[in-house]
Design a protein. Structure first.
Length: 368
C-alpha cells in the first residue's frame, strides 16, 4: 500500500458519544458484578447477577464500531495497518493488567496462590498472558483462561473477531452475514439450554462458549451498521443507561431459560441501534466521553483487586454493612485508579507507539 495513503486513513472518525457512555455503564456493571459474585455466588439471587452479560454488550458494540470505523477504510488502509492500529489500541492495557495480576499474585496478604506453582510455571503463565495465549492451569483460580487477569478472556475473543473481520467479514455480503448470524444465534440458544445460562467462556471447560458469544454479538453489531439500523430517538443518555442497567439487574426480576438469550439476541442490538441514533445534550457529552475513555482501562485493571477482595472476604468474613462500604468505595477507587493508569501509562504508551509508527511511514515515503 502507498504509505501516504496509509497515513491518511489513520485519522479517526467521530464517535457516537452515547455509545461511549453506555460502554462505561457496562464496565461499571462488570466491576460491581465481580465484587458481588464473591458474596452471592448464585447470580439468580444477586441484584446484579446478569452483570456478566456486559461482555455480550461489549462484543455487539465492538462489531458496530469496527464496521463504522473500518468498513470503508480497510481496503485503502491494508490488513497490516489495521492489525497495528488495533494492537496499539488494545494491547498496552493487556500488558498493564497482566503485570498488575502478577503483582497481586505475590503481594496478596489474604491468600498465597503463588506458592502452589514454581517460578517457571508462573513465568509461563505470565508470558502466555502477555501473548494472549489461553492457559487454564491454576485450579485455585478456577482454571481461568488468563489466571493473572481474568477479563483477558474476552479480549482474546475480541482479537479473534478483529482477525476474522479483516480477513473475511469485511468482504462478506449481508446475506452471508445473516446466515452466520442465524448459526451463531442457534449457538447462543444451545449454550443457554445446555448450561442453563450464558456465563461461560472465561475458563477452560467453557472455552468455546466464549467464541459463540462473541460470534453472535459481533456479527449483530456489524449488521446493525451495514443495514443502517440506527433508530432516531430522543431518549438520551440517562434513559438509555437505565434501560441498559435493567438488563444487568434482571436476574432477580425475570430469570427464566429465555431471559439471557432474549437480552443478548434482541435487547442489546436494539440498545445499540437506539444509542447510535439518540441525541445528547451538551452537559452530558463530557460525562459520556469520560465514561467511554475509562471503560476499557477499568475493565482491564480491576481484577487484581477483585482477587484481593475475594480472598479478604473468605479469610475475614466481613459484615454486610462493611461490604456495602467496601464495594462502594472500592468501585470509586478502581475508577480513579483506572483513570490514573489511562492518563499516565496507557495514553502515553499509545501516543509513543503511534508517533513511532507515523515516523516510520514518513521515512518509507521519503525513501521512494
Amino acid at each position: 500500500m502507498n504509505h501516504s495513503k496509509e497515513l491518511a486513513v489513520l485519522q479517526s472518525k467521530q464517535h457516537f458519544h452515547i455509545l461511549d457512555g453506555l460502554r462505561g455503564i457496562a464496565a461499571l456493571a462488570v466491576v460491581v458484578f465481580h465484587f458481588m459474585e464473591w458474596i452471592i455466588p448464585d447470580f439468580t439471587q444477586n441484584f446484579i447477577g446478569h452483570g456478566f452479560l456486559a461482555v455480550d454488550f461489549f462484543f455487539c458494540l465492538s462489531g458496530f464500531v469496527i464496521a463504522y470505523a473500518y468498513d470503508k477504510r480497510l481496503p485503502q488502509m491494508g490488513i497490516r495497518a489495521f492489525f497495528t492500529s488495533r494492537l496499539i489500541r488494545l494491547h498496552p492495557l493487556v500488558v498493564i493488567g497482566t503485570i498488575l495480576g502478577l503483582l497481586g499474585l505475590f503481594l496478596d496478604p489474604f491468600a498465597d496462590h503463588a506458592s502452589a506453582h514454581s517460578l517457571g510455571n508462573i513465568a509461563l503463565i505470565f508470558v502466555c498472558a502477555l501473548l494472549m495465549i489461553p492457559l487454564p492451569v491454576m485450579e485455585e483460580r478456577f482454571f481461568n483462561l488468563f489466571s493473572l487477569n481474568a477479563p483477558s478472556w474476552s479480549l482474546f475473543w475480541e482479537y479473534i473477531a478483529n482477525i476474522l473481520y479483516a480477513l473475511v467479514l469485511v468482504r462478506l455480503s449481508k446475506k452471508l452475514l445473516w446466515v452466520l448470524l442465524a448459526l451463531a444465534a442457534g449457538g447462543i440458544v444451545w449454550i443457554s439450554y445446555r448450561a442453563g445460562n450464558l456465563l461461560g467462556g472465561w475458563n477452560g471447560e467453557t472455552f468455546f462458549d466464549g467464541g459463540i458469544r462473541m460470534s453472535y454479538s459481533f456479527l449483530a453489531g456489524l449488521l446493525i451498521y451495514r443495514s443502517g439500523w440506527i433508530i432516531k430517538n430522543k431518549l438520551g443518555f440517562i434513559v438509555l443507561s437505565l434501560l441498559l442497567s435493567a438488563a444487568f439487574f434482571s436476574s432477580v426480576l425475570w430469570n427464566t431459560a429465555l431471559t439471557e438469550p432474549i437480552i443478548v439476541l434482541f435487547y442489546f442490538p436494539l440498545l445499540i441501534a437506539l444509542g447510535a441514533g439518540s441525541s445528547l445534550s451538551a452537559p452530558l457529552q463530557k460525562i459520556c466521553v469520560f465514561m467511554g475513555n475509562i471503560s476499557y482501562p477499568l475493565y482491564m485493571t480491576h481484577y487484581a483487586f477483585i482477587w484481593l477482595f475475594g480472598n479478604y472476604f473468605v479469610a475475614k468474613s466481613p459484615s454486610n454493612q462493611q461490604l456495602v462500604w467496601i464495594i462502594l468505595f472500592g468501585t470509586v477507587a478502581l475508577v480513579v485508579f483506572a483513570w490514573l493508569v489511562m492518563r499516565f501509562v496507557d495514553m502515553p504508551v499509545r501516543r509513543y507507539l503511534s508517533r513511532k509508527r507515523k515516523e516510520r511511514l514518513h521515512r518509507k515515503e521519503q525513501q521512494k
